[in-house]
Design a binder for this molecule. Sequence first.
Ligand code: CMC
Length: 384
Amino acid sequence: MGCLTAGEQKYSRGLEGVIAAISSISCIDGEEGHLIYRGYPIEVLAKYSTYEETAFLLLKGHLPNKKEYEEFKQQLKENAKLHPGMIDVITKFMMDAHPMDVIRSMVSLMGVFCPDKKEHTLEAKYQKAIRVTAKLPTMIAAFHRLREGKEIIDPDPNLNYAENFLYMMTGEKPDELSAKVLDIALILHAEHGMNASTFSGMVTASSLSDIYSAITSAIGTLKGPLHGGANERVMHMLDEIGSLENVKSYIENALAEKKKIMGFGHRVYKAYDPRAKILKDWAYKLCEMKGDLMHFKMGEEIEKIMIEKVGKKGIYPNVDFYSGLVYTHLGIPRDIFTPVFAMARSIGWSAHIVEYMEANRIYRPRAIYNGPIDLEYKPIEERE
Ligand code: CMC
């Protein structure tokens, strides 16, 4: 039997270190803690760019000129509304559904309501990618309002992407700092190399499936607590800890029990996640403006103890540690943290999917077989 068996091939658990694509979209230096998108350090983009501009950069590969930027923003605005058929469906969902399940289903539904589903040109792929990114905030906000028994709010074409999301959630135009902090959080979550959800989307696309199916797969993968779901868990942990005084004993006990502290550790970063560094500063500004530094101080204390105890193992805060705090103080409900991650990351997913499809080869890894061979087939009557 020609089964692949242990010893013949090296098995990398969790595909650690396996190279699955060649990409010019982003680069992570996990040892030093650096991240660049298409050649630009994220610190620079967080300082000078906007989510819309960064989204263009990731998808198209260069910073837009003025005309391209205006057109791209316009495309996002024009595509933000949901098809009436999609609104019809979302109103029929169970209102206690998890919003990640809702957006996964709604993006899947976009394939059904797609006007150019038979078009597979590069331009059509860009169009579909832009549509998904444009509609995600509208879907999230629509479901949130429906479950609260409120009317859905249409996107406002006078607002930018981050402002519009907060507006559609609450019905109020956000203050400048809140909109800015969300914009930066979206930039920082927009792309992150070959992570689990991106890979999952690429695997789906590699069978020459469509962008909606690929992003549906990616959303399903992002949902888990080891990936996008960690920020929600960070806030549950802060609740459990309860006060600044309890932090030390809580963390020490959790580590002694070999529990994982949510918002810490990363497969690639063995230094401080550069996204967490940027978000931490903005989290402070936001909490200070809101007049509530409690969570921030607890976060700093957890960080201090964790670095003391496990920093030498390369475990530092990751982006999700401070994003949970930011979203909480933006008034975003906890179960919508991961959907916000998805709306930001949709563009990174699309960029990788489009890039991979340009030189596509179906993903088809193998498994080492460790089961039996040559078993005797017994008729059912003779089996125990
Ligand atoms: N708290 C305590 N110990 C940890 C943590 C943590 N958060 N993360 C890793 N470790 C320890 C782990 O116990 C193991 O120790 P030992 O070698 O003594 O058994 C060692 O570090 C390696 O951990 P691992 O689970 O094998 O690492 P991984 O690369 O498979 O997992 C991870 C990476 C992010 C899933 C993991 O660090 C984790 O579960 N973190 C908590 C969840 C989290 O914050 N996820 C968000 C990731 S950032 C957003 C994103 O990009 O998705």
